[in-house]
Design a protein around this ligand. Structure first.
Ligand code: FES
Ligand code: FES
Length: 161
């Protein structure tokens, strides 16, 4: 058995620690060691985007990172979107506007949308489609997802327009 490495990182605002083999993927560390199974594993090749999380504020595919590469980092996973028992406006909007069917892509889609709205609070439809293009959805045809992101953006801007 190979040597274990000690990790310390902040996940969804909480300090988490663990011991991992150097070859362990970040997504597997989140799911297996921290019990954060909201982040999904699809292709494990950086294609589908289901495993998207924020690492130090930037969207990253957690299947393409080793857990040891996240040592000392600050992560946001889908579990960190809801605050004080209330869903994030993006989560509410996905629910309201049928932004999901099977839900497999949804954690990655929500994090990609969160990342997009952080950098562009007033995206056009085209910008939303481009911003989410790194996450594949096999079910929805994307229309509901785009409507949900538009609605969440408006809600986050305080319902103006
Ligand atoms: S599981 Fe990471 S991109 Fe598909
Ligand atoms: S809702 Fe099924 S893959 Fe997107």
């Amino acid at each position: 058995m190979s040597e274990q490495r000690q990790l310390r990182l902040v996940v969804n605002g909480e300090v988490r620690t663990g011991q991992v083999e150097p070859r362990k993927l970040l997504v597997d560390f989140l799911r297996e060691d921290l019990g954060l199974t909201g982040t999904h594993v699809g292709c494990e090749h950086g294609i589908c985007g289901a495993c998207t999380i924020l690492v130090n504020g930037e969207a990253a595919r957690s299947c393409l990172m080793l857990a040891v590469q996240a040592d000392g980092a600050e992560l946001l996973t889908v579990e960190g979107l809801a605050r004080e028992g209330r869903l994030h406006p993006l989560q509410d909007a996905f629910w309201e506007h049928h932004g999901l069917q099977c839900g497999f892509c949804t954690p990655g889609m929500l994090i990609a949308a969160y990342d997009l709205l952080q950098t562009n609070p007033t995206p056009t439809e085209e910008e939303i489609r481009a911003g989410l293009s790194a996450v594949l959805c096999r079910c929805t045809g994307y229309h509901g997802i785009v409507r949900a992101v538009q609605a969440a953006a408006e809600c986050l801007r305080g319902g103006e327009e």
